[in-house]
Design a protein around this ligand. Structure first.
Ligand SMILES: Cc1cc2nc3c(=O)[nH]c(=O)nc-3n(C[C@H](O)[C@H](O)[C@H](O)COP(=O)(O)O)c2cc1C
Length: 161
């Protein structure tokens, strides 16, 4: 993909095929390269979920919010952090852009993250420490259907002075 920032778009239908270990390593590197507020690196933690049973538990608890994607990159942040959700969003974008560079589809899933926060037993299964909550799950996998990137020019109000 020529420019993965421009090529990334939300994918909500995935093939079941697993993401390769090499690709997982590159997604992890993208997460680790993300910026964080005031260098408070302990405010954010990531969990890479590929285990089918755990993914099924997550989908069941979140009304299939992650669209059956074979890889879920869950990002948790410290509850009292001023930076948490911002850090998590910056990291999520890194992961999504890296996914696009690998010709993988992805989507930022906030609804599923919030739904799982009502299930402390699942947070515990994920290994998320007490005092942390999920901020976002990035669902990643091969897109089930090829889709052209929509024209997003002028989508947001932009002021140039
Ligand atoms: C803060 C935020 C929350 C989002 N939450 C969800 C979500 O819960 N479920 C979902 O399918 N997509 C979610 N999205 C993805 C958006 O729907 C998607 O990015 C938007 O429609 C723009 O499309 P694009 O990403 O293809 O440009 C979220 C995106 C952001 C930035």
């Amino acid at each position: 993909m020529e420019n993965p920032i421009l090529g990334r778009h939300a994918v909500c239908k995935f093939k079941p095929a697993a993401v390769t270990e090499t690709a997982v390593d590159q997604l992890v590197a993208a997460f680790e390269a993300a910026p964080c507020g005031m260098h408070q690196v302990e405010d954010m933690a990531g969990v890479v979920v590929t285990d089918p049973a755990l993914r099924e538990t997550i989908e069941a608890a979140s009304n299939n919010a992650c669209y059956g994607a074979p890889l879920l990159f869950a990002i948790a942040t410290k509850n009292d952090s001023s930076f948490g959700d911002r850090d998590a969003s910056a990291a999520a974008e890194n992961i999504m852009v890296q996914a696009a560079a690998l010709n993988l589809g992805s989507v930022y899933v906030m609804s599923g993250a919030l739904a799982l926060n009502d299930h402390p037993e699942i947070l515990s299964q994920l290994g998320i420490d007490q005092g942390y909550s999920l901020s976002v799950i990035v669902a990643v996998g091969q897109a089930a259907e090829p889709a052209a990137v929509p024209d997003r020019t002028h989508r947001y109000k932009l002021i140039r002075r």
